[in-house]
Design a protein around this ligand. Structure first.
Ligand code: NI
Length: 389
């Protein structure tokens, strides 16, 4: 099977699908039209599927053998962003945009499904196509995995279209690709009073400011300089008038690291600092660490398989090395359970203004890059079926 040739023959299909998905973006857990369209395409290819977690879909293509079972995953949701491009196929849903390229992810995976289904006689494995909802909400992956339908995967491949890399390149490096992503809410509880009489109050703004400051000591004083740690307090809400000391302050923030061991320690470290600071200044606190997704780590062996997949389809000269990057991706939950790869598919080009970052209201991608992603899905399957017998 000459994978790249087959993918190129389907270019129009890939591009038209991406543009259609782009026109009708839907937010996390509301991907109803999207899921319906995915299932219509799977019906055309004759690939049976089941619904998972409402708007998710897992399709199973049986080749000549039941094993190995190879998972190929994409995400399907969009973002609450008003699109500011002038593309003829720009979003028709006000305030919602495929600004993270998940439109292209679906187009790539459906193209791979089409090609693989047309060559199912050549498959020595079973392929599971995973169309995952709510990646942006960071709780879609776990819901899909809870179904138990992916418990027997031998390997899994996911990817992101990636504007930090030029169109035509692809990175399949081993090790951490994205950081972990923790989210927290902190409530500092003081005592309200008159702004002119601070002695009768406990000022939650003052204490909160000390907490924000002290949390930065985690990166600078407490963790190994070789570890990436980011602790960012991103909201701080408190107070009503210039002469009233408020009762409490509410802060939220995010925490990132590549190191799984440190990730587990961070909530405890953060709480210790909040507790100590609050005690020092007579305040109390509430602390909620409510999401803590792991770092996205590509398995070394699967990275090797992926290199071969790129060499045998897209071409060795397209391989590029790229270090892990801050960000968060719930594909990490699949990789915690199953060895696999997370690829970065370069899509930046000055043509058609494809120069903006993910989540920008002007984000657009080089559409030919999708051919590389689709080819990678297919060729990874072919290479992996030899390795996981
Ligand atoms: Ni994304």
């Amino acid at each position: 099977m000459n994978v790249m040739e087959l993918i190129q023959q389907n270019r129009e299909y890939t591009v038209s699908l991406r543009r259609e998905f782009h026109q009708y973006p839907e937010l996390s857990w509301k991907e109803f039209r999207t899921a319906k369209r995915i299932r219509e395409e799977l019906d055309k290819f004759g690939i049976p599927y089941v619904e998972v977690a409402g708007t998710g879909t897992i399709a199973t293509l049986k080749g000549k053998k039941d094993h190995p079972i190879i998972g190929l995953r994409c995400d399907i949701d969009a973002l609450p962003i008003q699109e500011m491009t002038n593309l003829p196929f720009r979003s028709q849903n006000d305030g919602v945009m495929h600004a993270c390229g998940h439109d292209s992810h679906m187009a790539m995976l459906l193209t791979a499904a089409k090609v693989l289904s047309e060559h199912r006689d050549e498959l020595e494995c079973t392929v599971k196509f995973i169309f995952q909802p709510a990646e942006e909400a960071m709780n879609g992956a776990l819901k899909v995995l809870e179904s138990g339908l992916l418990d027997t995967l031998d390997t899994v491949a996911g990817m992101h279209i990636f504007p930090k890399l030029p169109a035509g390149t692809i990175s399949v490096d081993p090790g951490p690709r994205y950081t972990s992503a923790g989210f927290m809410k902190i409530k500092i509880i003081g005592k309200s009073g008159h702004g002119a009489m601070p002695e009768s109050a406990v000022d939650p703004i003052y204490v909160g400011a000390k907490v924000v400051d002290a949390l930065q000591s985690i990166a600078s004083r407490e963790s190994n300089p070789n570890d990436t740690v980011v602790v960012s307090i991103c909201t701080f809400h408190c107070g009503t008038l210039p002469n009233i000391i408020a009762e409490s302050a509410e802060l939220t923030g995010t925490v990132r690291t590549f190191n799984p061991k440190l990730q587990k320690q961070l909530p405890g470290i953060i709480e210790r600092i909040i507790k100590g600071t609050c005690e020092a200044y007579r305040a109390t606190y509430e602390f909620d660490y409510y999401i803590d997704i792991p770092a996205t780590i590509t398995d070394a062996h699967c990275s090797e398989i992926s290199r071969r997949a790129v060499e045998h389809s897209i071409g060795e000269e397209h391989l590029i090395q790229f270090p892990g990057t801050p960000g968060g991706e719930d594909f990490s939950y699949y990789l915690e359970r199953t060895p696999g790869v997370y690829a970065f598919v370069g899509c930046r080009t000055p043509e058609n203004d494809c120069l903006y970052e993910l989540h920008s209201d002007k984000f657009n991608l080089d559409e030919d890059s999708m051919l590389n992603g689709a080819a990678f899905y297919v060729q990874y399957t072919l290479e992996a079926q030899e390795e996981f017998t």
